[in-house]
Write a protein that binds this ligand. Structure first.
Ligand code: CA
Length: 242
């Protein structure tokens, strides 16, 4: 269990009420706050009403499948960062890989023990909460639409194609994405991405930042436009909605 003050919220999407109840019971016992949704439409409603810290998602759902819920969630900038644990009855390796390619963070194959589920949920939350604190280790994945940044592996893909970045470009992108929507001054970027203190950052030429941002944008193609120039102040990573 993580030691955040407010218990993490988990949305459990499972169409079999008995299984949903067992999962909810176990997670609640471990200190999570749990909401359940019995179908994909209810899941998407709940996601937009109140963003959970984790989504536990059954793949086999009537009407809107778990895969479609996952695709919709990852395609929407409002929900794309929610970690997802897929629960699947399919044992086939290809199906597992497909689930992970759709953007699941981990998966569990039915039947699973409730204890196993809690351990996976704890592990995912430790990773994502580490990401929020800016921790480098543990391999969080930062996502923005087709752009994926694997922080632990120093690996960036755009539409599943690798993008080769220098270490500085990588840290620059990571910093901007971790603080998405918030403008970062050139000095802030120098202290974070170049790992220098603020005194040294003032001595470094801020044009250095502009030059690296220009190169980074060039390498990211259309996604490069999401690094916006905020005139007179710095840069901000923002993926436009719609
Ligand atoms: Ca099911």
């Amino acid at each position: 269990m993580t030691d955040t003050k407010t218990p993490p919220r988990v949305l459990v999407v499972e169409d079999e009420p008995d299984i949903a109840a067992v999962i909810a019971y176990q997670l609640t016992r471990e200190g999570y706050r749990v909401e359940t949704a019995l179908n994909g439409a209810a899941a998407l409603d709940a996601l937009h009403r109140d963003l959970p810290d984790l989504l536990v998602l059954d793949r086999m759902l009537p009407e809107i499948s778990g895969d479609d819920v996952l695709k919709a969630l990852r395609a929407d900038p409002a929900t794309e960062a929610v970690p997802v644990l897929i629960v699947t009855a399919k044992k086939d390796q290809a199906d597992r890989i497909q689930g992970l390619e759709l953007g699941a963070d981990d998966y569990l194959t039915k039947p699973f023990s409730p204890r196993e589920l809690v351990l996976r949920a704890d592990a995912i939350l430790r990773r994502t909460q580490g990401e929020r604190r800016g921790a480098i280790r543990g391999g969080p994945i930062l996502r923005a639409g087709p752009l994926k940044v694997d922080v632990g592996a120093h690996y960036v893909t755009l539409d599943d194609e690798e993008v080769q970045l220098t270490p500085t470009e990588f840290r620059l992108l990571q910093t901007l994405m971790e603080r998405r929507g918030r403008t970062q001054s050139r000095t802030q970027l120098l202290t974070e991405a170049w790992d220098v203190d603020s005194v040294a950052a003032r001595r470094l030429h801020t044009r250095t930042v502009d030059m690296h941002v220009r190169r980074l944008r060039g390498k990211l193609g259309p996604a490069g436009e999401w690094i916006e120039t905020v005139r007179g102040f710095g840069y901000r990573f923002q993926r436009p909605t719609g």
